[in-house]
Ligand binder design. Structure first.
Ligand code: ADP
Ligand code: MG
Length: 702
């Protein structure tokens, strides 16, 4: 099928008609032939073999046995009325039950005859049993002819669809019909040399076999082919847009490393850089020398030292006569960057300023002037930085902290801040799995700081149940006696703000009783407070006037209080994994051993247990991100929701990392050799850009 035929409206398929088309569109978003073809089975029912009755286990999904009916009878009255039969092979007996259609089934069952019995096994009174099995009189010839021994596809359907006989079976028939009529029109869309190199099955054959495989091997080959195709085409589009951007936008060239950088590096930097920091700096250095605009994502766990890498990159920009800015998601964070950077380099030689919503007009005016005459070197702030009235003389590098809060549009806005768009470095402390980065940010280059500065004492994470609360209180007192401060965090549940607040207030009350004045002082911060009140409470904690800060998750981003070395997370089972990790990152910033204590109910869901165990087991953000993706699926990872890039039909980013890597490498190779896709053997690939191909919501990306 070429792209055109993929787009044929579904009502034109034989056996569909207007009414069923309506339901298919509403219930499954199947609008055209291509959509139906891409409604892949969610599982297969193994009818490739017969099981012996003794091997039938209750946890098997579906099994097929070959057995002789030895007995049948209708028992019970009215609503307990049922048909019970027994079937026997040379290993045992299985009981068969029907609650409906009793009369009809009873007539068709012939004792003494062998049947193919197919159904979901269960156990009743310790005996193997099957309710409402499919029965078919056995004959060797019939089995062969009907191809009974196959993998049977199972499709997602809905109640509504079932009313129109479009249950799994009905859908299966439609798809079979579509393939029968149009399989010959499904054209190959990958170059022959790629097919050969990766030993891919043909396209038409793969569509057929993913729906109706004869055996596991066929299914494997078909699935591999279609996954490869999907990921390959996505990478082709992502990398092409990157290529186009590179061709379209020239980049500022930071020719040399000068005094600003060297002065800082040799005389002011208070520690030695980690290997990872050095490596990333080199990557950025290379990017900014090539005359191509840099778009780089810098991933690194909380505390891995991203800021200093950003700062040193900015110093290189300044050395080359450019201005720079850092954009943070909150004022608190902007403030903190400002303090840090001012302490490190702001000694009159390099001009640093802070621009946030709360900067008064007069000061703002001065900043604007200095930006325009070029005397301001580093501007730090929030969204205020990209307002239209903020004009730079020569903006060379933009650093964006905490990426997931900034969308593509905001990035694009920055590109317009200079005739030659500035280099962009995006930093995130929420590592995302490699595969996700490759797809979601496939058009960015990715750097990773995967090493913490030496001498950092790893945070100890412990999990306690409610029953152990007194122990936890005891521990808190002990730490406070040592002069430490403590965060106590409550979850914020969107559904019920009042309940949240109640939780927090109840908790605070208990805390207040356990940690009374004047010996102990507590700060309370929650979403209902006015910004000024919030700031006041935070300030008290930051200054060390209070020893405990009870809060909802508002402290997630921001505050750096090195003396706070204990983080207690209440109802920890209610937090997502990445959020827990993010929260934990608030401690472990000082010289002392830090602790993260996860409090939970005794009753935990299995996912909840995995989350808490993972937290106890590892401090590695990348490991945590992988597990998070496995638990929640790639579509639920922070920052991916509206991307549309993840509208994958057959590939799965959690399990198909290897295929993705192969496909991406292959695309990179192709563009290296043939950036215009002009070679005859690559012509076929240009078609991928011609129509809005089914299954790729490309237009949302670029
Ligand atoms: P993040 O990656 O979370 O932004 P920061 O840049 O805030 O981390 O760094 C965390 C702390 O570690 C800062 O106090 C910083 O000065 C310090 N730091 C950064 N790099 C190193 C290093 N190589 N050796 C020691 N301390 C470092
Ligand atoms: Mg940071």
């Amino acid at each position: 099928m070429n792209n055109q035929q993929f787009q044929t409206p579904i009502e034109y398929l034989k056996g569909v008609g207007l009414q069923r088309a309506e339901v298919l569109k509403k219930e499954l978003q199947i609008f055209n032939f291509g959509d139906l073809l891409k409604h892949f089975p969610y599982k297969y029912i193994d009818r490739t073999r017969f099981y012996k009755i003794k091997d039938v286990q209750p946890d098997m999904p579906y099994v097929q046995v070959l057995a002789r009916i030895t007995h049948k009878e209708i028992i019970g009255e009215k609503h307990t009325k049922r048909l019970v039969a027994q079937a026997k092979d040379d290993t045992g007996i299985i009981e068969l039950v029907w609650f409906q259609g009793i009369k009809w089934v009873e007539k068709t069952l012939i004792p003494g005859k062998v049947y193919v019995i197919f159904g979901r096994p269960g156990f009743f009174n310790n005996k193997a049993q099957m309710a409402h099995p499919e029965m078919e009189l056995y004959s060797a010839a019939a089995i062969k002819q009907k191809g009974n021994l196959t993998l049977q596809p199972a499709y997602n359907s809905t109640k509504k669809l079932e009313q129109f006989t479009l249950d799994s079976k009905g859908l299966s028939k439609l798809i079979a019909g579509l393939l029968e009529q149009h399989a010959k029109d499904i054209h190959e869309n990958l170059p022959t040399y790629i097919i050969n190199r990766f030993k891919l099955a043909g396209r038409a054959e793969s569509y057929r076999n993913i729906h109706f495989p004869n055996d596991a091997n066929q299914l494997k080959e078909a699935t591999y082919r279609l996954k490869f195709e999907e990921l390959f085409l996505l990478q082709l589009k992502l990398l092409k847009s990157k290529l186009q951007r590179v061709q379209k936008f020239k980049g500022n060239i930071f020719e040399s490393v000068g005094t600003c950088f060297n002065e800082f590096y040799h005389h002011k930097l208070p520690f030695a850089l980690t290997g990872a920091q050095k490596r990333v700096l080199k990557e950025i250095r290379l990017d900014t020398q090539r005359g191509v605009q840099m778009n780089r994502l810098l991933q690194g766990d909380v505390g891995s030292g991203k800021t200093v890498v950003a700062l040193m990159s900015m110093l290189i920009a300044i050395d080359n006569g450019f201005q720079t800015c850092i954009m943070a998601p909150t004022e608190i964070l902007a403030n903190q960057h400002y303090q840090t950077i001012k302490d490190l380099v702001g000694d009159g030689f390099i001009e640093v300023a802070l621009l946030t919503g709360s900067v008064p007009n007069k000061a703002r005016k001065v900043i604007h002037e200095k930006l325009e005459d070029g005397s301001l070197n580093i501007l730090i702030g929030t969204h205020a930085l990209i307002e239209d009235k903020v004009q730079y003389k020569n903006l060379g590098l933009v650093v964006i902290d905490e990426q997931h809060r900034f969308g593509v549009e905001q990035r694009a806005k920055l590109w317009r801040k200079n005739i030659v768009p500035p280099h962009i470095l995006v930093m995130t402390a929420t590592p995302i799995p490699r595969t996700l980065a490759m797809t979601l940010y496939g058009d960015l280059d990715v750097s990773v700081i995967d090493e913490l500065p030496v001498g950092r004492i790893p945070i100890q994470t412990l999990h306690f149940y409610e029953a152990q609360r007194l122990r936890v209180f005891g521990f808190m007192k002990q730490e406070i006696a040592k002069g430490r401060q403590i965060y106590v965090v409550y979850p914020l549940i969107k559904e019920s703000e009042t309940l949240d607040l109640k939780n927090l207030m109840d908790g605070t009350e208990v805390m207040g009783r356990e940690f009374p004045l004047p010996q102990y002082r507590i700060s309370i911060v929650h979403g209902k407070l006015k910004p000024a009140e919030k700031a006041f409470e935070m300030e008290r904690f930051i200054k060390g006037e209070t020893q405990i800060m009870v809060a909802t998750t508002v402290i997630e981003v921001g505050v750096n209080v090195p003396n706070a070395s204990v983080m207690i997370i209440e109802n920890a089972e209610r937090f997502g994994l990445s959020q827990l990790h993010q929260l934990r990152g608030r401690v472990g910033r000082g010289a002392e051993q830090s602790f993260c204590i996860l409090m939970s109910n005794h009753k935990l869901s299995s996912d909840g247990r995995i989350r808490l165990n993972t937290m106890v087991k590892t401090n590695n953000g990348f490991e945590i991100a992988e597990i998070d993706m496995q638990l929640r699926g790639p579509g639920n990872i922070e920052g991916t929701q509206q991307s549309g890039v993840l509208d994958l039909k057959v590939a799965d980013l959690t399990t198909d990392q290897e295929i993705l890597q192969q496909a991406r490498n292959c695309v990179i190779e192709i563009f290296d050799k043939d950036p215009q896709l002009a070679l005859p053997e690559n012509q076929i690939l240009n078609r991928a850009f011609q129509t809005k191909n089914a299954g790729l919501s490309w237009d949302k990306i670029s």
